[in-house]
Design a protein around this ligand. Sequence first.
Ligand code: 48F
Length: 256
Amino acid sequence: MEERITSAIVRTYFEKLQNFLEVDLAIVGAGPSGLVAAAALAKEGKKVAIFERLLAPGGGVWGGGMLFNEIVIQEEALHILDDFNISYKSAGDGLYTADSVEVASGLIFGAKKAGVMINNAVSVEDVVCREGRICGVVVNWTPVERLGMHVDPLVVMSKAVLDGTGHPGEITDLATRKAGIKIDTPTGKIMGEKPMWMELGEASTVENTKCLYPGLYVSGMAANNASGGFRMGPIFGGMFMSGRKVAKMILEDIDG
Ligand code: 48F
């Protein structure tokens, strides 16, 4: 019995991995913007892999506002929750609330069912940049990263890479530092996130969602970090809309 259980896991895991070594889109970070983007592209038949540093995908959704496990969504983004079959309630004035555990698990389940490969406990530590295009991610197990073990990483090649790493914008930071690229922001560099301003932050998240460099896209808070947008706390419509926007842009890019 023991041997059969181990064999079943090893066989199916490596079959899955083998199929996702070269993908259409590699997404770094399984937060709300990354998960929404992943599901949208997978539904279009694209091969999408997400790499999430933590054991549990879902990013900043789980904790709601200050661990009160509810989040707020504005009316214009509700259609995205509908697509994931996630429920919500009116809170008046065009705002709605949803249970953060249902939102996080619903987005993960939706992305998975759409065909996305979600690699949890895997960190992206570098990008591949060739002939003026970002075209892959360098990955290693998070425990290896955390313990500082001297273990070489592996690489997943992709037509595009999405930085969905949230506030730190890690992939844009890596790409600008290590590949030395100039990105599409007013300064050509990372401008850094601005302080809390919910209304402007929501709008700027979507506005700042873009292609920063051939093959390198940015969504969610990483987009605000790159272009100097405001933070906004536990309102999430902008994150969902950012995921949808970036998926459309990437689809046009890789199909065109
Ligand atoms: O931060 P996060 O939820 O990304 P997001 O889609 O959403 C932001 C909101 O949650 C919230 C907010 C809403 O108002 O402001 O902050 O922009 O999820 C980012 C995920 O990326 C993972 C990290 O663990 C988190 O789950 N991550 C970050 N760096 C790496 C990474 C990395 N180098 N490799 C793999 N995963």
